[in-house]
Design a protein around this ligand. Structure first.
Ligand code: AP5
Length: 217
């Protein structure tokens, strides 16, 4: 099964993708995480991407398309994947169709997570993640069970993202409206798009997605 999770910054794509990965064994492929790894390791691609990301702008299409083409060719994507953060423009969506066709793969679902903009700002402002395993948390909505200790790996240090500052978040939201939202009709026309309520609690959103993925009788 191959899925796309679509939605504005803070909609909960990463949170839901990690839960789906654990439950279904699908591979989460998150372009934002991949780009942050490049930045961490000071690669040329990372240096290029950092300038765009810190300003809340999208990284050029060609860069992310090549990154995804390489990633979906790796063995661990063979059992199915969840694209989180890709595609984000119409040219990216068109390139994805071509890549999948070349590999005789199909896209099963495109799931749009709808969330109010005010809630997004609150979600992003309270977000932090484990510095070791990357598990995501929130100051209010998803605290670690033991304060200061990651539920998943037991590490005791957390990080916040550079692009989660209020001014950058507003630019990221504008980029979503202007460059990413136009891909919704693209997938609607192909009969792939389902919109779900991303305002519900984390577990309730997960249940909505799993119901959608259940084989239809
Ligand atoms: P990326 O890393 O993809 O960021 P994003 O799309 O802005 O999404 P976020 O990671 O901010 O949010 P999310 O939807 O995953 O929410 P999360 O689950 O963390 O991209 C960053 C940058 O990289 C881009 O700006 C761009 O520059 C570049 N880039 C990446 N891909 C690109 C591409 N394809 N093309 C070009 N450039 C690209 O949840 C947020 C918080 O809310 C968490 O704390 C979580 O615990 C909490 N939360 C989640 N769900 C709920 C809920 N239901 N109720 C309450 N709280 C919740």
């Amino acid at each position: 099964m191959n899925l796309i999770l679509l939605g504005p910054p803070g909609a909960g794509k990463g949170t839901q993708a990690r839960m789906l990965q654990e439950h279904f064994g699908l591979m989460q492929i998150a372009t934002g995480d991949m780009l942050r790894e490049h930045i961490k390791h000071h690669t040329d691609l990372g240096q290029l991407a950092q300038n765009y990301m810190n300003q809340g702008q999208l990284v050029p299409d060609l860069v992310v398309i090549q990154m995804i083409e390489h990633r979906i060719s790796e063995a661990d994507a063979n059992n199915g994947f969840i694209l989180d953060g890709f595609p984000r423009t119409v040219p990216q969506a068109e390139s994805l169709d071509k890549m999948l066709a070349r590999r005789k793969l199909k896209l099963d679902h495109v799931i749009e997570m709808r969330v109010d903009e005010d809630a997004l700002v609150e979600r992003i402002a309270g977000r932090f993640s484990c510095a070791a395993c990357g598990e995501g948390y929130h100051d209010k909505f998803k605290k670690p069970a033991r304060e200061g200790v990651c539920d998943k790996c037991g590490f005791g240090q957390f990080v916040r993202r550079d692009d989660d500052r209020a001014d950058t978040v507003r630019k990221r939201l504008a980029a979503y409206r202007e460059q990413t939202a136009p891909i919704l009709p693209y997938y609607q026309a192909k009969g792939k798009l389902t919109s779900i309520d991303g305002m519900a609690e984390i577990d309730v959103v997960q249940t909505q997605i799993r119901q959608l993925l259940r084989p239809q009788a």
